[in-house]
Every structure is written in structure tokens, then in C-alpha cells.
Design a protein around this ligand. Structure first.
Ligand SMILES: C[S@@+](CC[C@H](N)C(=O)[O-])C[C@H]1O[C@@H](n2cnc3c(N)ncnc32)[C@H](O)[C@@H]1O
Ligand SMILES: [Zn+2]
Length: 309
């Protein structure tokens, strides 16, 4: 089966990396390889690209698709472990990193992975195909934990009702499939609210996926680690799809910029904080109308870029 993934903000993100022909770049979220292909196309014979993805299926396809390019290395790893990846390749510094967060259509459309609320499958959602699964979260997390996840990661108004119904249902038998969960979610939302306000299953599935893959923890660690490995002049481009991800990126970028935090009435600086970076995108870049029309998934995308000094 063929899966197609339309890369989001392709030109904008790769332009944001300011690819030099002999530079060394990391695509930290290889996915279906769309951004990687464009980065590779802009490199000369001395340039190099390292592609990372934590999903073994994505890595298999990426390895196959890029095997003809000597300058490209594909690695299966979580991008929060970029230090290990670069150390093992004997690379000290890099000129740019791209992160295009979330899941690819390759993952969503592969029913067996259990990411999609529209298809019936075992509850899974593990990008690494290992560790705690969606089934474990739904059947083993406490009521307050579930409420918090649905509310914080899914911004779900009926978080508490959904969590209570999950708890009631799992006392009788384990919740094993995506459609069992969808039914519980739908039965938890009052009819009037079901007709407006988007699909609650979409929000709850997203919330569980973020929890299963500890996506926010990886992002926090990954942003720091990637920034550390940048050369001066190097760029970090991040595409997010969720307000929590975006606020994490904004916070990290502010920290990277650093600069004096002494009170305005101090005659001289005593904090000693250096300016380490400059924000390239004073205002976040979002997809144009045409892109959002052609690719629904791009609607919530936000691109931010920072340059190390
Ligand atoms: C939106 S897709 C990337 C699509 C890609 N830019 C393209 O154009 O085809 C996100 C990919 O990042 C991977 N991913 C998400 N979080 C990751 C992490 N912490 N470390 C490594 N890969 C990650 C997912 O497995 C998925 O394949
Ligand atoms: Zn100061």
C-alpha cells in the first residue's frame, strides 16, 4: 500500500534553514521525507543531511528512498537524543535543524497503528512501536490523570464526562479498539454539543497520542539539545500543530535569545546573560490560503525560526 504525506510549509521551512551547499543539516522528523528531499536537493557534493525519525516503519521507507544519496544518513532515534546521534556519527556541530512535529499521513493512514479515530483498529498509537500504548493509557490511568490529559492536551470541554465513562466501561471489560473508545466519547457528549464544536474523538485521540509518545517532554529536551549543537549562524526551524507545542517553542526561543534581565533602573548589568540567538520570525509563519485549502492538516501549522549568534 502507498501512503502519501503532503509536507506542510515546505518552501517556507526549508528556506528558513537557509541551506548552504556545503552545510550539515538535520531533519529531526523525517516522516515521509518531503522536507528532507528538498533539503537534499539544495545541498552540494560537500553537504550532508542526517534524517532522524523515531518510527521504525518511517525509517525503513526513508532508508530505502535515500539510499542512493551518499550524503544522507537515516537514523532511528528520538530527536531528544540528538547528542547521541551526532556523537555516534562523529559530528560536532550542525548548520540547521528542522522539526515538523506530530504524525505523518503515513502513520495516520496505516489503520493498524491505531492513530486514526475514523477506522477500527487495536488501540496503539506508539510511534516507536514500543512501550506504553493507548490501550494502557485508557485502561490503566487514573480518572484524574485521564481528565488532565483530555483537558490539557485535547482542550476537551467534556474531559471529565469522557473519563468517567471510560472508567465505568473498563470496570466491565477492557477497552481494546479505537471504535470502542469512539463510542464512549460520543456517548459522553450532549447531543447539542455534538452538532457543533468539531469532533471530540479527534481531540481525545490527539491527547492520548501526545501522552503515549510523551511528545511535549521530547520537544522540550529536543529543542535544548538541538540548539546546543548549532554552529553560530545555524538555524532551528520548528513547525507545530498544537498550541501547547507552540508555546513551548516560544518559551524556549525566548530563553535561547537570553540577554540582560536586570531591572531597568540598574546602572550596569549584573546578570551577565549573553544574547545567544536572534528570532528570525518575529511573527510566526502560517500556511497560505491555498495550502490550507489543499491540505486540511496544515490549518493549525505554525512555523518559528531562530538563528544562533
Ligand atoms: C509530520 S511528520 C514529518 C513529515 C515530514 N516533514 C515530511 O515532509 O514528510 C512527523 C514525523 O516525526 C516523527 N517524530 C515525531 N516526534 C519525534 C521525535 N521526538 N523524535 C523523532 N521523530 C519524531 C514521527 O514519527 C513522524 O514520522
Ligand atoms: Zn543584566
Amino acid at each position: 500500500m502507498q501512503y502519501f504525506h503532503k509536507s506542510v510549509l515546505l518552501e517556507e521551512a526549508v528556506n528558513g534553514l537557509d541551506v548552504k551547499k556545503d552545510g550539515l543539516y538535520v531533519d529531526a522528523t523525517g516522516g515521509a521525507g518531503g522536507h528532507s528531499k528538498e533539503i537534499q536537493r539544495r545541498l552540494g557534493h560537500k553537504g550532508r543531511l542526517v534524517i532522524i525519525d523515531r518510527d521504525p516503519d518511517a525509517v525503513e521507507v526513508l532508508m530505502n528512498n535515500f539510499k542512493k544519496f551518499e550524503s544522507v544518513t537515516v537514523v532511528r532515534e528520538n530527536f531528544c537524543d540528538i547528542h547521541e546521534v551526532l556523537d555516534s556519527l562523529e559530528i560536532e556541530k550542525i548548520d540547521g535543524v528542522l522539526m515538523d512535529l506530530g504524525v505523518s499521513s503515513f502513520q495516520l493512514d496505516n489503520t493498524e497503528r491505531g492513530f486514526c479515530y475514523k477506522e477500527d483498529a487495536a488501540l496503539d498509537m506508539r510511534m516507536e512501536k514500543d512501550g506504553v500504548s493507548a490501550r494502557d493509557v485508557v485502561n490503566e490511568y487514573s480518572l484524574p490523570e485521564l481528565v488532565k490529559i483530555f483537558r490539557d492536551y485535547g482542550e476537551e470541554r467534556f474531559a471529565s464526562q469522557i473519563a468517567k465513562n471510560i472508567e465505568r466501561r473498563r470496570k466491565k471489560s477492557l477497552i481494546k479498539t479505537t471504535q470502542e473508545l469512539v463510542q464512549i466519547i460520543e456517548s459522553s457528549i450532549p447531543a447539542a454539543a455534538r452538532r457543533r464544536g468539531g469532533n471530540p474523538s479527534k481531540r481525545v485521540f490527539q491527547a492520548i497520542r501526545i501522552e503515549v509518545n510523551k511528545e511535549l517532554d521530547s520537544l522540550k529536551l529536543g529543542l535544548n539539545a538541538c540548539f546546543e549543537r548549532l554552529n553560530s549562524g545555524g538555524r532551528l526551524c520548528v513547525i507545530t500543530f498544537h498550541s501547547l507545542e507552540d508555546s513551548l517553542v516560544k518559551k524556549s526561543f525566548c530563553r535561547f535569545v537570553g540577554g540582560c534581565i536586570c531591572p531597568a533602573d540598574f546602572p550596569i548589568c549584573s546578570c551577565g546573560r549573553e544574547v545567544l540567538a536572534e528570532i528570525v520570525t518575529k511573527r510566526a509563519i502560517t500556511p497560505c490560503e491555498e495550502e490550507t485549502r489543499n491540505n486540511k492538516r496544515s490549518r493549525s501549522a505554525v512555523l518559528r525560526i531562530i538563528k544562533k549568534i
